[in-house]
Ligand binder design. Structure first.
Ligand code: ZN
Length: 83
């Protein structure tokens, strides 16, 4: 398996999972109370390095509000890394 972490993709607005520099991915939703933490290496195995973090948080959360545009899910990453 290619280690994409050594080849950061630049010029994209958001992190991809392969670029995530922390050992854990932690998420929290104020609105529905969902919270969790996941090992980055396990997520890489399951979802692949090209998964973008904005997509991943919803994949993780499985929040019923995900597609509710009038009352959307507020899931965020606890570690809000500046890009
Ligand atoms: Zn939510």
């Amino acid at each position: 398996m290619v280690d994409h972490r050594r080849e950061p993709m630049v010029g994209r607005g958001s992190w991809s999972l392969g670029e995530w520099p922390l050992l854990l991915v932690r998420v929290l939703c104020d609105k529905c109370g969902r919270a969790g933490q996941y090992r980055t290496d396990k997520l890489l195995e399951q979802h692949g390095a090209g998964t973008t973090m904005p997509d991943l948080r919803h994949i993780i959360a499985q929040c019923p509000r995900r597609n509710n545009h009038s009352d959307p899910c507020m899931i965020v990453f606890v570690d809000r890394l500046e890009r």
